[in-house]
Design a protein around this ligand. Structure first.
Ligand SMILES: Nc1ncnc2c1ncn2[C@@H]1O[C@H](COP(=O)(O)OP(=O)(O)OP(=O)(O)O)[C@@H](O)[C@H]1O
Ligand SMILES: [Mg+2]
Length: 240
């Protein structure tokens, strides 16, 4: 059973009314792997992540998690299987404190798990511990990104989905975030990462997919794609 991928997206199509956002997309994520999905603005990256949570629901195809279809389930049922997301634009609760935000990520868990997971998150992100009683809206951009990631990790997910963690952050903070992501992966969490920052994503990823206009254009190891002249020209620019 461990040979099947943890997540298999098979021939999935998604549309918003007349707009086709994803067309026959297939992608797999194996156990303990880091997979990156890169692509330009509007390529459909966020749609792909959110379709895993049935928001929106796919029009065609299937999504298997641990070999079983999940695309007919409700969002909360999908989350309960061990999938968590750090969403685009972070979606933190600005009027709540750092710690209250973190607790929102684990509200279905038993008390002991919550305590243990909170300690783990504070260990990964010491700055969040220092800011635990501070309103989330007053945190810096980098701290808010750490909070969004920490909140997702509060459910101790098997599969961790991340949408553009580097968005709007200074290079030093991005480096720090990607180091922490590597640590999270080394602790055994499987990661599917969406990024416009192709350089960082490909450096981190075991494998990657390139999404263009809702279709997978290319796939390969992170190293292979980093070295691909077409990818360098289209996505790496000055950072290569
Ligand atoms: N709720 C929506 N209603 C209608 N169209 C949408 C909706 N969300 C996304 N789209 C459209 O679907 C396409 C894919 O959008 P999506 O947000 O998935 O792209 P993305 O790759 O995440 O882009 P970005 O890098 O800018 O975040 C775009 O053409 C977008 O305008
Ligand atoms: Mg997006």
């Amino acid at each position: 059973m461990m040979h099947e991928p943890l997540l298999a997206i098979n021939q999935v199509s998604v549309s918003y009314g007349a707009i086709i956002a994803l067309h026959n997309v297939s992608l797999t994520v194996n156990h303990k792997e880091i997979v990156a999905l890169i692509g330009a603005n509007g390529a459909g990256k966020s749609t792909l992540l959110m379709t895993i949570f049935a928001q929106p629901r796919l029009k065609k195809g299937e999504i298997l998690y641990q070999g079983k279809p999940i695309h007919h389930l409700e969002t909360y049922q999908i989350a309960k299987q061990g999938i968590a997301i750090s969403p685009e634009r972070r979606r933190i609760f600005v009027k709540m404190t750092t710690q209250e935000n973190l607790l929102m990520g684990a509200y279905t868990k038993p008390k002991d798990d919550i305590k243990r997971n909170l300690a783990k998150v504070y260990d990964l992100f010491p700055i969040l511990a220092a800011r635990q009683n501070q309103r989330a809206g007053t945190l810096s951009g980098g701290e808010q990104q750490m909070l969004a990631m920490g909140r997702a990790l509060m459910s101790s997910p098997t599969l961790f989905l991340l949408d553009e963690p580097s968005l709007g952050l200074a290079p030093q903070i991005v480096n720090q975030l990607f180091r922490i992501l590597k640590e999270i992966a080394q602790m055994g969490t499987t990661i599917l990462l969406v990024e416009q920052n192709a350089y960082h994503a490909l450096m981190l990823a075991d494998r990657a997919y390139v999404l263009v206009n809702g279709q997978i254009q290319l796939t390969g190891s992170g190293q292979t794609l980093l070295a691909d002249p077409q990818i360098q020209a289209a996505y790496l620019g000055a950072s290569a």
